[in-house]
Design a protein around this ligand. Structure first.
Ligand SMILES: [Fe+2]
Length: 277
């Protein structure tokens, strides 16, 4: 097994391992270390059936129950799918993951990681972009760091300020998804100790104690800073890729820039995280 970096600050590529076969503790520890240090772990050339994917991902943590059960795979509901072949009720095509966000930040304990495994990819396009929020935090001026240090973001299922509309939840899903949770705007990574900006344009409704006139421009300023190209890693998918990323210190977004007559279909699993501090 070989691990090598994919950019200056984010991403590590793993080759020479088949996660469908038993993995040694040393191999698992090396991959997990690379995940924590590099935030995006790309394991190449996998061909995992849903049950094998669950076993493989289970090496790195406990599965997090995803919020919208309409995307669950029937024979393996802990795994969801990401597809460009679904539509909103009004017939418009639904592109999951469009727009910068971190996954399920409206949970009390948001998922530490999201794993996608490519099943079917378009010939070109459909990259996933990542923004390294720890590097972005380090790049903030001191004055802005001091200003955001005590602030708490209010996260909901669907922010009224979001440019992207999510698929609505069924009534039974709504019962288990919290109405709103508070998370710090700056969180400390529980494993690396690095501080990172923690925001989510799709789910942040506001900042506790600030009115929108103050909160929204601040969130926009932070987002523009954090998603500038110098903090980004852009993942070009290859068949067989399994990508595990760290939601605690990244934003990500999908790109709907490919031929929509071609199917883009991936399995998605998330791993349980802890309460952001
Ligand atoms: Fe996402």
């Amino acid at each position: 097994m070989e691990i090598r970096p994919l950019s200056a600050h984010t991403g590590a590529e793993v080759r020479g391992i088949d996660l469908g076969h038993p993995v040694s503790d040393d191999q698992r520890d090396a991959m997990y270390r690379a995940f924590v240090e590099r935030s995006v772990l790309v394991v190449r050339d996998q061909a995992l059936a849903p049950a094998q994917l669950l076993d493989a991902v289970g090496l790195f943590g406990a599965v997090f129950p995803q919020q919208n059960s309409r995307f669950a795979i029937p024979d393996c509901p802990q795994i969801h799918y990401v597809s460009n072949q679904d539509s909103y009720p009004d017939g418009r095509r639904y592109i999951p993951g469009d727009g910068w966000h971190t996954d399920h930040s409206n949970a009390v304990r948001p998922p530490k990681a999201t794993v996608l495994h490519a099943v079917k990819l378009p010939n070109a396009g459909g990259d996933t972009q990542y923004a390294n929020m720890a590097a972005a935090y380090d790049g903030l001026p001191d004055s802005l760091r001091d200003r955001i240090a005590p602030l708490m973001g209010i996260h909901v299922y669907q922010s009224s300020h979001s440019a992207r509309q999510l698929m609505t939840l069924s009534n039974s899903d709504k019962e288990r998804v919290p109405n709103a949770v508070l998370h710090p705007l700056v969180r400390t990574h529980p494993e690396s100790g690095a501080k990172a900006i923690y925001l989510n344009p799709i789910r942040i409704e506001g900042i506790l104690g600030l009115d929108h006139k103050e909160a929204l421009p601040l969130l926009t300023e932070l987002l523009e800073h954090a998603t500038s190209e110098r903090f980004q890693y852009r993942h070009q998918w290859k068949p067989g890729d399994l990508v595990m990323w760290d939601n605690r210190c990244l934003l990500h977004k999908a790109n709907g820039d490919y031929d929509m007559d071609q199917t883009r279909y991936l399995y998605r699993v998330m791993l349980q995280g802890d309460v952001p501090h």
